[in-house]
Design a protein around this ligand. Structure first.
Ligand code: FE2
Length: 209
């Protein structure tokens, strides 16, 4: 089922019907919009081997993708490689390492920035789940981040569901120097085709370079 679904979209990319975003939110992360319908959007994400998603384990690094909620319920399905979804409630704590930011997306507003809102937070009661063929459901207000091991590639699908009208774009991160330089680069269908192939078979080769 997933196989034929992806094969269908690879054909669409071959026909020039898809585009993709390079360094989407995070360096080395690609996103391809497969189905664009409010209440039922489907995106494919592919982390190439140069990605920075490993930093969200916070072993030695500052987060590349802060904890964030979504404007809709989402379902996550693993396609290839090891992808860990980390969900957590955030708690105010004067000793917490996380700061809260309002996020403006370059995709929506032409400019991407974080504005600090004040307060210190910590993640608590963290739930970690590995993505696989069975989808993981998250309500819109659930905060999460994604971890992919360093130097490994991986891909997954995100399906957006019912929209939450009260959504405000915010994130919680320990990275105070985040900026959007070199992020959100629009690429054509030819690149989307290569990214989908890499995401599908897990073989980067010179797919998108
Ligand atoms: Fe997310």
């Amino acid at each position: 089922m997933l196989k034929s679904f992806l094969a269908h979209h690879i054909d669409r990319a071959k026909r020039g019907e898809l585009s993709c975003i390079k360094n989407c939110h995070v360096y080395g992360l690609w996103s391809v919009m497969l189905h664009d319908e409010p209440g039922n959007r489907i995106r494919l994400f592919y982390a190439d081997t140069r990605h920075h998603l490993y930093k969200n384990a916070r072993a030695l690094d500052r987060m590349s993708l802060g904890y964030h909620a979504h404007h809709s319920d989402i379902r996550l399905i693993g396609v290839h490689g090891f992808v860990k979804n980390v969900e957590t409630p955030l708690e105010l704590d004067p000793n917490g390492e996380l700061r809260r930011y309002r996020y403006s997306s370059k995709i929506l507003t032409g400019e991407s920035c974080l504005k600090e809102l004040g307060g210190r937070y910590k993640d608590t009661l963290t739930i970690e789940r590995i993505l696989g063929v069975n989808d993981i459901f998250m309500p819109a207000d659930r905060c999460h981040t994604i971890i992919v091991p360093r130097n490994e590639d991986a891909s997954w699908i995100v399906i957006e569901g019912k929209q939450d009208p009260s959504y405000v774009s915010e994130c919680y991160t320990d990275n105070t120097t985040w900026n959007s330089d070199n992020l959100y680069i629009n690429c054509d269908s030819k690149v989307a085709f290569n990214v989908l192939n890499a995401a599908f078979i897990g073989n980067e080769k010179d797919a998108y370079r």
